[in-house]
Structure formats: structure tokens, C-alpha cells
Ligand binder design. Structure first.
Ligand code: G3P
Length: 217
């Protein structure tokens, strides 16, 4: 399972990329707004950190298919490997169908059901983004949704990949890997939580303390 980082914060992206295990950056309008920068500037700053080959996800704001397609073409000018995020809705499916016929990579976002994921796949979306945490937030089964979409895509031989979004904790990430999700997009804080373990810290402290007793000459 690939790991993307779900942020537009350049310090977080720089630090996470230094680990060598992050392969993409996802943004959405809320994430961009948090940084207080123009969308174009935010994407260009991210691109300068991650380089040409990394996927950067940028979302359209338009709500009508023609305008979405036009906006997508503008966003594509910002970076070599942009994935166009399109919200799940009637106009969004129209736009994804058109963009995929042009060979443009898309991600249908705000996916909360298997039926939405099926339509995204049939429209030719490169990715579909089910929002795991937000499904859990309303007391439904977010991980169950991921399993259902995976099973359906496997049965249908779909080439659309699941980029599981709205991930909130390390258990989410392990569940996604076990479910076979193609990608998890993860907030910086959760990536760091995946590294930490109290027994690792205690163990390292003890190794270093015991090392003081090893003769050095
Ligand atoms: O990628 C979508 C994600 O950013 C949404 O996360 O935590 O706002 O539900 P959250």
C-alpha cells in the first residue's frame, strides 16, 4: 500500500518526504485554506519540495461539468504530475468521463458509498477517495466501506485505485493495508504516530545507557 501525505503544509511535507516512504501529496479546499496561501502558490511550493515525479492532488471548485473541465486544465499547468480531484456529484461524474477520455488522471473525492465508487470507476477515474474517518464519525462502518469497494473492484476487474482518505489514526492505516487499499493518504501527525512506540523508546534509552558500561579502550 502506498502512502501519501494529506496536507499542504510545506514543513510537514518536507519532513515526511525526508523519510523516503511518501509517494504523493493530497490537498482539498479545506487543507489549502488552512495554509493561508493562494491555491496556485501552495501547489507550486509543494512541487518545489517533492519534485516532478510525485503526484500532487488538486481539487476543482467549479460545480458544473464544463467549468470543472476548464478548471482542471488550468490546474494541470501547475505541475507535471497533477491528479485532478473532482467531487462526487452528477456534474462531477460527467467531468470525470470527459477528462478520462482526454487521458487526464482524476480522483473522485467525497465518496461515501460503494455505488458512488462504482460510478467513479465506470467514468474512468484513476482514483476514488472514500472518506474513512467521516463515515466512522456518523457511527457507520468506514472500514466496512473500504472492504466493500475493494471486493467490488476486484470482482469487476476495475483499474480505479482506492486512495483512502480521512484517515485519523494508525489503526486505520493497518486496517486499510489489510483490506488491500491501494493508497492511504495520511495526515502528518498520524505518520509520526506510526513511527512511535513507548517500548521502542524505552528500549533505545536502555541500549544507550548500557552502552556507557561497555569498555571503549
Ligand atoms: O483527504 C480528505 C481528508 O483530508 C478529509 O479528512 O479528517 O477532514 O475528514 P478529514
Amino acid at each position: 500500500m502506498k502512502i501519501f501525505i494529506d496536507t499542504a503544509n510545506v514543513d510537514e511535507i518536507r519532513d515526511a518526504y525526508s523519510l523516503g516512504i511518501v509517494e504523493g501529496v493530497t490537498t482539498n479546499p479545506s487543507i489549502i485554506a488552512r495554509e493561508g496561501k493562494k491555491f496556485e502558490d501552495a501547489i507550486k511550493e509543494i512541487a518545489a519540495i517533492v519534485g516532478d515525479e510525485t503526484y500532487i492532488f488538486g481539487e476543482v471548485i467549479a460545480l458544473e461539468a464544463d467549468a470543472m473541465v476548464k478548471e482542471a486544465h488550468e490546474i494541470l499547468k501547475l505541475h507535471k504530475n497533477i491528479i485532478i480531484k473532482i467531487p462526487m456529484c452528477k456534474e462531477g461524474i460527467k467531468a470525470v468521463s470527459r477528462l478520462s477520455k482526454e487521458g487526464i488522471k482524476t480522483c473522485v473525492t467525497l465518496c461515501f458509498s460503494a455505488s458512488q465508487a462504482l460510478l467513479a470507476s465506470n467514468a474512468g477515474a484513476t482514483y476514488v477517495a472514500p472518506f474513512l474517518g467521516r463515515v466512522d464519525d456518523i457511527g457507520w462502518d468506514g472500514m466496512g466501506l473500504i472492504h466493500e469497494i475493494m471486493e467490488m473492484f476486484d470482482m469487476q476487474g476495475s483499474t480505479t485505485q482506492i486512495v483512502a482518505a480521512s484517515t485519523r489514526n494508525p489503526l486505520h492505516i493497518i486496517g486499510l493495508a489489510k483490506a488491500g487499499a491501494h493508497v492511504a493518504t495520511i495526515p502528518y501527525k498520524v505518520i509520526m504516530q506510526m513511527i512511535d512506540h513507548p517500548l521502542t523508546k524505552n528500549g533505545l534509552d536502555k541500549f544507550l545507557k548500557d552502552w556507557e558500561n561497555v569498555p571503549k579502550a
